[in-house]
Design a protein around this ligand. Structure first.
Ligand SMILES: [Zn+2]
Length: 458
């Protein structure tokens, strides 16, 4: 059961602003039973990401003030800091926009905006604002809004996907169509960031693709048409509506053993858990047992982000290693333990060499080098490091240790026994034309120039 931090409700302050709930399903169902039956009007759900503020403003601005439907908006925004979107949308058009609040009754003629770091979910007659697992690396995410709207309002839902990167909203728009709703998508040629609309068009049988300035007038006409009379479709959708959504309470499939086959080979970038692969039409989806959900595109984006974090972490560890060994070398030299000081310095050099390689991958721009070439160079260098660590170390020299003050710890006894990379650059390094080879040779030459005979002696 996931953390279910709810957005505080109006008039229900508990002195702490947020409240924790380990399992909201029973209270949510009880609350739903107490609620009046939802009035009959359409629900418009709009999802946007990069370039979305301008697109949203242009969709909202032509809507008339007596708009007879409720509008829900998810824009990917930073989880911290205030969101000014309700203010921006209120000024852009003639309909009042507010942040959605947990439990608030849905009223037509209002725009409800997902607050930062919370999913906005739709139930029959009211909304839920929940701090459930991120989907597609986002919270608020578009898919949960569209999915829950489709389950609560079926054929009365109009889903709109606007400008944005990657593909959040595609899966949700599929749900909107599955339950009989209408799918509108901004023309990718007209979008500042076309990826999200393009993905929706590619994967969903959308009803209309149109320039952003034509979406508002179409919505204004559409909401004044009679509601679809397909009560069966509405009942089918609402059959699932009272069940808590995964974005509300997380995923408990591991506990209930209701797992959909064996897991994939991949792990969740957010929690490290196994990911299950799900095929929805042409769209590949992944979900972990905690409830984090990804499309293939968003999973790749998250993996890239984690890889970069790991490389920065490796760089920090290597630079700390070098710094610590330099410090120990200075202490050993003070005590006239020249051999030990020299070993520490050698290890510091190797750590610095590796740090330089990682840093060059992270920040250096080498014109003409492709990511594949960079990856190849890293793999070759890593293979060399593994070879050295696997026992191809140099034979130890027998040196007579002079008497002196208490002996510092032997650097070779350290578990992280750094092996030289400079030697590998003499022959079978990462290729003379490779980035790693160039870095190693450049650094090796610099070290030889600085240290002269001393480096060659060891
Ligand atoms: Zn996860």
């Amino acid at each position: 059961m996931g953390l279910n931090r709810r957005h505080d409700m109006p008039g229900r302050g508990n002195g702490q602003g947020k409240r924790e709930s380990a399992g909201a399903s029973a209270p949510s169902r009880r609350a739903a039973r107490r609620r009046p039956k939802p009035a009959d009007f359409r629900v418009i759900v709009i999802g946007a990401s990069a370039g979305g503020v301008e697109a949203l403003s242009r969709v909202i601005s032509p809507l008339s003030p007596n708009f007879p439907a409720a509008i829900f908006v998810v824009l990917h925004i930073s989880p911290s800091g205030p969101s000014l979107l309700p203010h921006i949308l209120s000024r852009a058009g003639r309909i009042a926009a507010v942040h959605a609040r947990d439990g608030l009754e849905i009223t037509p003629g209002r725009i409800y905006v997902a607050p930062p770091d919370h999913h906005l979910l739709i139930k029959p007659g009211h909304m839920v604002v929940a701090h459930g697992p991120r989907e597609n690396n986002a919270r608020p995410a578009i898919d949960p809004l569209f999915r829950t709207a489709a389950r609560s309002y079926g054929p009365w839902v109009v889903g709109v996907v606007l400008s944005g990167g990657l593909d959040d909203g595609t899966m949700g728009l599929m749900d909107v169509k599955r339950f009989g709703g209408v799918a509108l998508v901004q023309d990718p040629d007209n979008a500042m960031f076309p990826s999200m609309p393009s993905s929706a068009i590619e994967n969903v049988q959308v009803d209309r693709v149109l320039p952003v300035d034509e979406i508002g007038p179409l919505l204004d006409r559409l909401v004044r048409e009679p509601l679809p009379a397909d009560q069966g479709a509405l009942n089918m959708a609402r059959h699932q509506a009272d069940e808590p959504d995964i974005a509300e309470v997380g995923n408990d499939e591991l506990k209930t053993k209701n797992l959909d086959g064996p897991p994939s080979k991949f792990t969740c970038p957010e929690c490290g858990g196994a990911l299950w692969e799900l095929q929805n039409g042409k769209l590949l989806r992944y979900r972990c047992h905690i409830g984090h959900g990804y499309t293939a595109e968003s999973l790749m984006a998250a993996q890239g982000q984690r890889l970069e974090e790991a490389l920065w972490s490796a760089l920090r560890a290597l630079e700390e290693t070098a710094g610590m060994r330099r410090r120990m070398a200075a202490r050993a030299r003070k005590g006239s333990w020249e051999l030990i000081a020299h070993r520490y310095e050698e290890q510091a050099k190797q750590a610095e060499l590796r740090a330089g390689l990682v840093r060059s991958v992270l920040v250096e721009k080498i014109p003409g080098q492709t990511p594949e070439e960079a990856a190849d160079a890293i793999q070759k260098t890593a293979a060399q490091a593994r070879d050295w660590s696997a026992g191809k170390a140099r034979p130890r020299q027998k040196v007579k240790v002079p008497p002196g003050p208490p002996k510092p710890p032997d650097p070779d006894s350290n578990l992280m026994n750094l092996q030289p990379l400079t030697q590998s650059s003499n022959g079978n390094s990462g290729g003379s034309g490779s980035r790693a080879g160039k870095v190693l040779k450049r650094r090796g030459a610099a070290e030889r120039g600085q240290n002269g005979k001393k480096s060659e002696a060891h």
